[in-house]
Design a binder for this molecule. Structure first.
Ligand code: TRP
Length: 335
Protein backbone atom coordinates (compact mmCIF):
# COMPACT_ATOMS: atom_id res chain seq x y z
CA UNK A 1 0.00 0.00 0.00
CA UNK A 2 1.15 3.52 -0.78
CA UNK A 3 2.32 5.66 2.10
CA UNK A 4 0.29 8.74 2.88
CA UNK A 5 0.95 12.46 2.70
CA UNK A 6 -1.01 15.12 4.48
CA UNK A 7 -0.33 18.80 4.05
CA UNK A 8 -2.26 21.93 3.24
CA UNK A 9 -2.89 25.62 3.66
CA UNK A 10 -4.85 28.15 5.65
CA UNK A 11 -7.42 29.85 3.47
CA UNK A 12 -6.57 33.44 4.40
CA UNK A 13 -6.07 34.62 0.81
CA UNK A 14 -4.68 33.27 -2.43
CA UNK A 15 -1.41 31.30 -2.31
CA UNK A 16 1.91 32.97 -3.13
CA UNK A 17 5.36 31.96 -4.38
CA UNK A 18 6.45 31.14 -0.82
CA UNK A 19 3.68 28.55 -0.51
CA UNK A 20 4.65 27.16 -3.88
CA UNK A 21 8.34 26.58 -3.20
CA UNK A 22 7.77 25.59 0.44
CA UNK A 23 5.10 22.96 -0.06
CA UNK A 24 2.88 23.02 -3.17
CA UNK A 25 5.68 22.03 -5.59
CA UNK A 26 6.53 19.02 -3.42
CA UNK A 27 2.94 17.89 -3.03
CA UNK A 28 2.40 18.00 -6.79
CA UNK A 29 5.65 16.13 -7.41
CA UNK A 30 4.85 13.43 -4.83
CA UNK A 31 1.18 12.83 -5.63
CA UNK A 32 1.96 9.77 -7.81
CA UNK A 33 4.14 8.12 -5.22
CA UNK A 34 1.97 8.84 -2.15
CA UNK A 35 -1.70 8.68 -1.33
CA UNK A 36 -1.99 12.44 -0.93
CA UNK A 37 -4.41 14.36 1.32
CA UNK A 38 -4.53 18.15 1.01
CA UNK A 39 -6.33 20.04 3.75
CA UNK A 40 -7.94 23.43 3.28
CA UNK A 41 -7.47 24.43 6.91
CA UNK A 42 -10.41 26.78 7.41
CA UNK A 43 -10.67 26.09 11.16
CA UNK A 44 -7.05 27.15 11.50
CA UNK A 45 -7.73 30.28 9.43
CA UNK A 46 -10.47 31.10 11.94
CA UNK A 47 -7.92 31.27 14.76
CA UNK A 48 -6.83 34.64 13.37
CA UNK A 49 -9.95 35.55 11.39
CA UNK A 50 -12.84 34.30 13.52
CA UNK A 51 -14.40 37.78 13.45
CA UNK A 52 -14.25 38.04 9.64
CA UNK A 53 -16.28 35.08 8.36
CA UNK A 54 -17.32 36.78 5.14
CA UNK A 55 -14.10 36.01 3.33
CA UNK A 56 -13.87 32.30 4.11
CA UNK A 57 -15.96 30.93 1.27
CA UNK A 58 -13.97 32.88 -1.33
CA UNK A 59 -10.65 31.93 0.25
CA UNK A 60 -11.49 28.22 0.48
CA UNK A 61 -12.19 28.39 -3.25
CA UNK A 62 -8.99 30.41 -3.86
CA UNK A 63 -6.80 27.86 -2.13
CA UNK A 64 -8.47 24.97 -3.97
CA UNK A 65 -8.05 26.78 -7.30
CA UNK A 66 -4.38 27.49 -6.59
CA UNK A 67 -3.66 23.87 -5.76
CA UNK A 68 -5.46 22.57 -8.83
CA UNK A 69 -3.87 25.21 -11.11
CA UNK A 70 -0.41 24.13 -9.87
CA UNK A 71 -1.11 20.61 -11.03
CA UNK A 72 -2.66 18.86 -8.06
CA UNK A 73 -4.74 16.12 -9.69
CA UNK A 74 -8.05 15.28 -7.98
CA UNK A 75 -7.86 11.81 -9.50
CA UNK A 76 -4.76 11.18 -7.41
CA UNK A 77 -5.05 13.53 -4.45
CA UNK A 78 -7.82 14.07 -1.89
CA UNK A 79 -8.54 17.78 -1.47
CA UNK A 80 -10.84 18.46 1.48
CA UNK A 81 -12.20 21.07 3.90
CA UNK A 82 -11.09 20.84 7.53
CA UNK A 83 -14.28 22.07 9.20
CA UNK A 84 -16.32 19.37 7.44
CA UNK A 85 -14.29 16.54 8.95
CA UNK A 86 -15.65 16.31 12.52
CA UNK A 87 -13.15 13.61 13.49
CA UNK A 88 -10.40 16.26 13.35
CA UNK A 89 -12.24 18.25 16.01
CA UNK A 90 -12.75 15.11 18.12
CA UNK A 91 -9.06 14.24 17.98
CA UNK A 92 -8.11 17.82 18.84
CA UNK A 93 -9.97 17.54 22.12
CA UNK A 94 -8.46 14.17 22.94
CA UNK A 95 -4.92 15.36 22.09
CA UNK A 96 -5.28 18.46 24.24
CA UNK A 97 -4.54 16.24 27.26
CA UNK A 98 -1.13 15.39 25.85
CA UNK A 99 0.13 18.92 25.36
CA UNK A 100 1.20 21.36 28.03
CA UNK A 101 0.46 25.07 27.91
CA UNK A 102 4.20 25.51 28.44
CA UNK A 103 5.04 23.62 25.21
CA UNK A 104 2.57 25.66 23.23
CA UNK A 105 3.75 28.99 24.55
CA UNK A 106 7.35 28.12 23.68
CA UNK A 107 6.55 27.04 20.13
CA UNK A 108 8.73 29.37 18.00
CA UNK A 109 6.20 29.64 15.16
CA UNK A 110 3.40 30.52 17.57
CA UNK A 111 5.68 33.13 19.14
CA UNK A 112 6.63 34.65 15.76
CA UNK A 113 3.02 34.79 14.59
CA UNK A 114 1.77 36.21 17.89
CA UNK A 115 4.33 39.00 17.55
CA UNK A 116 3.35 39.59 13.94
CA UNK A 117 -0.34 39.87 14.83
CA UNK A 118 0.46 41.92 17.92
CA UNK A 119 -1.60 39.68 20.19
CA UNK A 120 0.02 40.65 23.46
CA UNK A 121 -2.30 39.69 26.30
CA UNK A 122 -5.21 39.06 23.96
CA UNK A 123 -4.00 35.74 22.55
CA UNK A 124 -6.87 33.27 22.46
CA UNK A 125 -6.93 29.67 23.60
CA UNK A 126 -7.83 28.74 20.01
CA UNK A 127 -4.77 30.41 18.53
CA UNK A 128 -2.38 29.09 21.19
CA UNK A 129 -3.82 25.63 20.62
CA UNK A 130 -3.81 25.47 16.84
CA UNK A 131 -0.73 23.19 16.78
CA UNK A 132 -2.89 20.61 18.62
CA UNK A 133 -5.54 20.91 15.96
CA UNK A 134 -2.80 20.64 13.31
CA UNK A 135 -1.66 17.39 14.95
CA UNK A 136 -5.22 16.14 14.44
CA UNK A 137 -5.13 17.34 10.79
CA UNK A 138 -2.06 15.21 10.19
CA UNK A 139 -2.99 12.09 12.15
CA UNK A 140 -6.71 11.70 11.44
CA UNK A 141 -5.78 9.99 8.14
CA UNK A 142 -2.67 8.32 9.59
CA UNK A 143 -0.27 10.24 7.33
CA UNK A 144 3.41 9.27 7.15
CA UNK A 145 4.85 12.37 5.50
CA UNK A 146 4.14 16.11 5.74
CA UNK A 147 5.74 18.30 3.02
CA UNK A 148 6.04 21.78 4.55
CA UNK A 149 8.06 24.97 4.70
CA UNK A 150 10.63 25.30 7.52
CA UNK A 151 8.30 27.44 9.66
CA UNK A 152 6.04 24.40 10.17
CA UNK A 153 8.71 22.16 11.71
CA UNK A 154 7.82 23.00 15.33
CA UNK A 155 4.24 21.87 14.60
CA UNK A 156 5.39 18.56 13.14
CA UNK A 157 7.62 18.04 16.18
CA UNK A 158 4.62 18.76 18.43
CA UNK A 159 2.56 16.26 16.44
CA UNK A 160 5.23 13.59 16.89
CA UNK A 161 5.29 14.20 20.64
CA UNK A 162 1.51 13.84 20.87
CA UNK A 163 1.57 10.64 18.84
CA UNK A 164 4.31 9.09 20.96
CA UNK A 165 2.47 9.92 24.14
CA UNK A 166 -0.86 8.64 22.85
CA UNK A 167 0.67 5.39 21.58
CA UNK A 168 2.60 4.82 24.80
CA UNK A 169 -0.43 5.54 27.00
CA UNK A 170 -3.06 3.51 25.13
CA UNK A 171 -1.99 1.40 22.16
CA UNK A 172 0.21 2.03 19.14
CA UNK A 173 -2.53 3.00 16.70
CA UNK A 174 -1.31 6.42 15.51
CA UNK A 175 1.42 7.04 12.95
CA UNK A 176 4.35 9.28 13.87
CA UNK A 177 4.78 11.47 10.79
CA UNK A 178 7.99 12.78 9.22
CA UNK A 179 8.35 16.30 7.89
CA UNK A 180 9.68 16.88 4.41
CA UNK A 181 11.14 20.34 4.04
CA UNK A 182 11.68 21.48 0.48
CA UNK A 183 15.06 22.51 -0.95
CA UNK A 184 13.86 26.09 -0.60
CA UNK A 185 12.53 26.02 2.94
CA UNK A 186 11.76 29.72 3.08
CA UNK A 187 11.34 32.42 0.44
CA UNK A 188 12.18 36.03 1.29
CA UNK A 189 9.54 38.70 0.77
CA UNK A 190 9.77 41.48 -1.84
CA UNK A 191 10.81 43.86 0.96
CA UNK A 192 13.65 41.64 2.16
CA UNK A 193 11.72 40.32 5.18
CA UNK A 194 12.83 36.74 5.86
CA UNK A 195 9.36 35.41 5.09
CA UNK A 196 7.02 36.03 2.19
CA UNK A 197 3.62 36.47 3.80
CA UNK A 198 0.22 37.84 3.01
CA UNK A 199 -0.01 39.69 6.31
CA UNK A 200 3.36 41.37 5.69
CA UNK A 201 2.15 42.57 2.27
CA UNK A 202 5.36 41.41 0.54
CA UNK A 203 4.08 38.54 -1.59
CA UNK A 204 3.81 37.66 -5.28
CA UNK A 205 0.62 35.62 -5.66
CA UNK A 206 0.29 32.67 -8.00
CA UNK A 207 -2.82 34.43 -9.32
CA UNK A 208 -1.19 37.86 -9.87
CA UNK A 209 -1.57 39.24 -13.40
CA UNK A 210 1.52 39.68 -15.58
CA UNK A 211 1.24 43.41 -14.94
CA UNK A 212 1.17 42.95 -11.16
CA UNK A 213 4.18 40.64 -11.24
CA UNK A 214 6.08 43.25 -13.22
CA UNK A 215 5.11 46.02 -10.82
CA UNK A 216 6.01 43.98 -7.75
CA UNK A 217 9.37 42.87 -9.14
CA UNK A 218 10.30 46.46 -10.01
CA UNK A 219 9.58 47.44 -6.40
CA UNK A 220 11.65 44.57 -4.94
CA UNK A 221 14.56 45.34 -2.65
CA UNK A 222 18.01 45.17 -4.29
CA UNK A 223 21.50 45.81 -2.92
CA UNK A 224 21.04 49.22 -1.25
CA UNK A 225 24.75 50.03 -1.73
CA UNK A 226 24.32 49.95 -5.51
CA UNK A 227 23.57 53.39 -6.89
CA UNK A 228 24.82 53.16 -10.49
CA UNK A 229 24.35 50.13 -12.76
CA UNK A 230 28.13 49.82 -13.00
CA UNK A 231 28.64 49.66 -9.21
CA UNK A 232 29.77 46.24 -8.06
CA UNK A 233 26.75 44.51 -6.49
CA UNK A 234 26.27 42.11 -3.58
CA UNK A 235 23.80 39.44 -4.75
CA UNK A 236 23.66 37.87 -1.30
CA UNK A 237 21.69 40.86 0.04
CA UNK A 238 19.45 41.22 -3.05
CA UNK A 239 15.87 39.88 -3.14
CA UNK A 240 15.85 39.80 -6.93
CA UNK A 241 18.93 37.57 -6.91
CA UNK A 242 17.32 35.33 -4.27
CA UNK A 243 14.38 34.77 -6.64
CA UNK A 244 16.72 34.17 -9.62
CA UNK A 245 18.36 31.44 -7.53
CA UNK A 246 15.06 29.69 -7.04
CA UNK A 247 13.23 30.27 -10.30
CA UNK A 248 16.13 30.64 -12.76
CA UNK A 249 18.33 27.57 -12.18
CA UNK A 250 20.06 27.96 -15.56
CA UNK A 251 20.64 31.69 -15.37
CA UNK A 252 21.42 32.62 -11.81
CA UNK A 253 25.16 31.99 -11.71
CA UNK A 254 25.73 34.16 -14.79
CA UNK A 255 23.66 36.91 -13.17
CA UNK A 256 25.64 36.56 -9.96
CA UNK A 257 28.95 37.06 -11.82
CA UNK A 258 27.66 40.02 -13.78
CA UNK A 259 26.15 41.70 -10.71
CA UNK A 260 29.40 41.31 -8.77
CA UNK A 261 31.37 42.68 -11.74
CA UNK A 262 28.97 45.58 -12.24
CA UNK A 263 28.14 44.53 -15.81
CA UNK A 264 24.39 44.10 -15.33
CA UNK A 265 22.25 46.81 -13.74
CA UNK A 266 19.25 46.16 -11.48
CA UNK A 267 16.75 47.22 -14.13
CA UNK A 268 17.70 44.59 -16.75
CA UNK A 269 18.19 42.03 -13.97
CA UNK A 270 14.62 42.64 -12.83
CA UNK A 271 13.40 42.43 -16.40
CA UNK A 272 15.00 38.99 -16.72
CA UNK A 273 13.33 37.90 -13.50
CA UNK A 274 9.93 39.04 -14.75
CA UNK A 275 10.44 36.89 -17.87
CA UNK A 276 11.47 33.88 -15.81
CA UNK A 277 8.51 34.24 -13.45
CA UNK A 278 6.15 34.72 -16.35
CA UNK A 279 7.26 31.45 -17.97
CA UNK A 280 6.42 29.73 -14.70
CA UNK A 281 3.28 31.64 -13.69
CA UNK A 282 1.73 32.02 -17.15
CA UNK A 283 0.51 28.40 -17.44
CA UNK A 284 -0.67 28.36 -13.79
CA UNK A 285 -2.62 31.58 -14.37
CA UNK A 286 -4.21 30.15 -17.51
CA UNK A 287 -5.31 26.91 -15.81
CA UNK A 288 -6.63 28.91 -12.87
CA UNK A 289 -8.61 31.26 -15.11
CA UNK A 290 -10.18 28.29 -16.87
CA UNK A 291 -11.17 26.60 -13.59
CA UNK A 292 -12.52 29.86 -12.22
CA UNK A 293 -15.19 29.81 -14.91
CA UNK A 294 -16.61 26.61 -13.37
CA UNK A 295 -16.51 26.91 -9.58
CA UNK A 296 -19.08 24.10 -9.27
CA UNK A 297 -16.47 21.64 -10.50
CA UNK A 298 -14.11 22.81 -7.77
CA UNK A 299 -16.78 22.52 -5.03
CA UNK A 300 -17.55 19.01 -6.34
CA UNK A 301 -13.87 18.08 -6.06
CA UNK A 302 -13.90 19.39 -2.48
CA UNK A 303 -17.08 17.46 -1.67
CA UNK A 304 -15.69 14.19 -3.02
CA UNK A 305 -12.42 14.70 -1.15
CA UNK A 306 -14.19 15.63 2.07
CA UNK A 307 -16.32 12.47 1.93
CA UNK A 308 -13.21 10.33 1.60
CA UNK A 309 -11.51 12.27 4.43
CA UNK A 310 -14.50 11.64 6.73
CA UNK A 311 -14.34 7.90 6.02
CA UNK A 312 -10.64 7.86 6.89
CA UNK A 313 -11.38 9.92 9.99
CA UNK A 314 -14.04 7.46 11.14
CA UNK A 315 -11.67 4.51 10.64
CA UNK A 316 -9.06 6.27 12.77
CA UNK A 317 -11.64 7.19 15.43
CA UNK A 318 -12.65 3.53 15.73
CA UNK A 319 -9.02 2.63 16.50
CA UNK A 320 -8.67 5.58 18.87
CA UNK A 321 -11.88 4.78 20.78
CA UNK A 322 -10.88 1.18 21.15
CA UNK A 323 -7.35 2.09 22.32
CA UNK A 324 -8.79 4.55 24.85
CA UNK A 325 -11.48 2.11 25.98
CA UNK A 326 -14.24 4.59 25.20
CA UNK A 327 -15.85 2.35 22.57
CA UNK A 328 -18.78 1.73 24.92
CA UNK A 329 -21.39 1.18 22.29
CA UNK A 330 -21.07 -0.55 18.91
CA UNK A 331 -21.41 2.05 16.13
CA UNK A 332 -24.60 0.31 14.97
CA UNK A 333 -26.36 1.09 18.27
CA UNK A 334 -26.19 4.80 17.49
CA UNK A 335 -27.29 4.67 13.86
N1 TRP B 1 -0.13 25.75 9.41
C1 TRP B 1 -0.10 25.63 7.96
C2 TRP B 1 0.22 27.02 7.37
O1 TRP B 1 0.12 28.01 8.07
C3 TRP B 1 -1.38 25.12 7.38
C4 TRP B 1 -1.76 23.74 7.87
C5 TRP B 1 -2.89 23.42 8.57
C6 TRP B 1 -1.04 22.53 7.69
N2 TRP B 1 -2.92 22.10 8.85
C7 TRP B 1 -1.81 21.51 8.33
C8 TRP B 1 0.18 22.22 7.09
C9 TRP B 1 -1.36 20.19 8.38
C10 TRP B 1 0.62 20.88 7.13
C11 TRP B 1 -0.14 19.89 7.77
O2 TRP B 1 0.53 27.11 6.21
Amino acid sequence: MKKRILTGDRPTGPLHLGHYVGSVANRVKLQDEYDTFIIVADVQALTTNFDKPDRLRADVLNVALDNLACGLDPAKATLFIQSLVPQIAELTIIYSNFVTVQQLSHNPTIKAEAAQYNFGESMTYGFLGYPVSQAADITFCRAHLVPVGADQLPHIEQTRKIVRKFNATYAPVLIEPDAKVSDVPRLVGLDGNTKMSKSLGNAVYLSDSAEEVKRKVSSALTDPARIHPTDKGHPDVCVVYAYHRVFNPEGYSDIEQRCKAGTIGCVPCKKLLVEVLERFLGPIRARRAELETRPDTVWDILATGTKRAREEGEATMALVREAMKINYLPAGDLA
